[in-house]
Design a protein around this ligand. Structure first.
Ligand code: AMP
Length: 200
């Protein structure tokens, strides 16, 4: 039962509206540890419920401490625009009874609308590494307030050549932060990334 997990009532209400009744296995294992603030390396396939496994803890932690420090406080890195859009939709659904806002950024479209959206100081940014590096370079995305970072489909980000951008982004984050690494497989490159990124 989701109600047995340490989740805020507003998140439980959203889960009920979505008719999510039972947490999936990855959700059962990842949610409590991630809410505690631990770093995680999760092997999970698409369809396992992996998105909610990291979105719910991030929402929960942002709600627990809403002292409104520097935005964004959550950063989710993904390999493709399609995945970014899906995650954005899932965040909207899960956060519908909260005040938390997410903005999604990816390449292949004008940056103008994304820059405008970032000016509203979203709590969470979801995006593809290339566009994020671009927006950081323009000075419109500052990542010094990020408390939790997710690398989703890390193996695909590696396959698509995004690891240099990912490393550049990670270097711009505060040292003291939570890192959540999700991957369907565990190639050597991702294992070595995990060794440098995960601390707790
Ligand atoms: P994902 O693995 O994150 O791509 O999720 C696969 C699909 O399962 C998505 O459409 C989710 O909205 C849905 N989903 C995630 N968690 C649950 C759950 N606990 N119960 C029912 N559906 C879920």
């Amino acid at each position: 039962m989701f109600s047995e997990l340490p989740l805020h009532e507003r998140l439980l209400k959203a889960l009920a509206e979505l008719s999510f009744q039972q947490p999936t296995e990855v959700q059962q294992q990842a949610i409590p540890a991630a809410i505690e603030g631990r770093d995680l390396y999760v092997i999970a396939q698409t369809g396992s419920g992996k998105t909610a496994a990291y979105v719910l803890p991030i929402l929960q932690r942002l709600m627990q401490d809403d002292s409104k420090p520097l935005a964004p406080r959550g950063l989710i890195l993904v390999p493709t625009r399609e995945l970014a859009r899906q995650i954005d939709a899932e965040i909207r659904a899960l956060a519908r009874f909260t005040r938390l806002q997410a903005v999604t950024v990816y390449g292949g479209v004008s940056a103008h609308g994304q820059i405008k959206a970032l000016r509203r100081n979203p709590d969470i940014v979801v995006g593809c590494p290339g566009r994020i590096v671009d927006l950081m370079g323009r000075g419109v995305l500052r990542l010094g307030g990020v408390e939790s970072v997710v690398l989703d489909e890390a193996d695909h980000m590696f396959d698509m050549g995004f690891l240099p951008d990912v490393r550049r982004i990670l270097a711009a984050l505060p040292q003291k932060r939570q890192s959540l690494l999700f991957s369907a497989t565990m190639p050597a490159a991702i294992r070595s990334l995990a060794n440098t990124v995960l601390r707790n």
